[in-house]
Design a protein around this ligand. Sequence first.
Ligand SMILES: [Zn+2]
Length: 396
Amino acid sequence: MTERLYYDDAYLWEFDATVTASAEGKTPGVYGITLDRSAFYPTSGGQPFDTGVIRFDGGEARVTDVEADRGGEVWHLTDRQIPVGTKVHCVIDGERRTDHMEQHGGEHMLAGAIWEKLKGMTIGLHLGAEESTIDVELPEGRTHLTDDEIRMLEDTVNERIRLDAPIRCWFPGKEELASLPLRKRPTVTEHVRIVAMGDFEMVACGGTHPSSTGRIGMIKIIGVIPAKGKARVSFVCGGRAAKLFRKYMACADKAGAALSSPVDKLSRAANELKTRLAEAERKARVYETAEILGKIRAAESRYDLRIAALSAVTLPEGDPKAVAAAVSEYIAEKGKILLLGVGERLTFARSADVKADMNELIRRVGRGGGRPDMASGAGIPECVGVARKILMTEMK
Ligand SMILES: [Zn+2]
């Protein structure tokens, strides 16, 4: 079984070891090796694997994945084969590991606070590339948190982070284990490793943790959504929180510059802009409606049909609301039939006193349907002319 060096020192980025097994992977160019001792963390408990390099006499291999087998051996997937017995010097990507420890440590603090303050039980951790999530089982099947609860949890955890309390990991004996106030019972019975984050959180965990709560930096809850009957809480910690703050600040500054508004008055500026835009669109629609109506009237012929005035018009484009308003206004008058094509949208409509079936007519020339007095659909502009011919032939 590989001796796991990260159990004693989670900040050990470099170590010496000897290759104990070497195998070719299923994928060409990927090899697997085990070492007598390793500080590389294998994916488990929601915390992703470490990466790094393994140096030996004759070269260097990149570690692209790390996983533990059932027997407790840690397998390092590499891009080069290293023979059994080779003495190696390993270097872990400390930046990647530090980031993982910040997220993982923050998850413990958050889960502890959720349990203490809300009696919510955290089920799983997913440490993603951008943000991390935990699923929380809340009393009475609640699947959300209020804004006040989110703020309270953030404040609680950040205050505890600032206290810089020591984080301790150890393997207790059976008797001691039974007496510990764990947040939840361990899922394993042998070699149970306990992590205590100051006096705030104590639970079984085989992961890597910062040496004190202060090294988590800070936590920011991003959001809470319902997921499978639980509340899914997403968050970032440490360097990621700073990065996210920088990103949001940049977005807010750009939006502020675009709207000529200080950042703290952005929502008011955006709402004012929305109101002004809606008013401008309403006015533009009034003009467009009048323009379309003008074109409809200009195309009207009183001599085509005995029973009604007919207007057959095609327009290249038009705001659907303005088109609808113009159509309604036109057929509100007595004795009108309108065959309108706007782009590929067809609207055939008639006044209430005219007897002609627009629904049937539109089905004969294009796709669509509706009521006898108003039908809409799709078709090429020529459909309007065809419909006009049909009406003139059959209604004259
Ligand atoms: Zn842990």
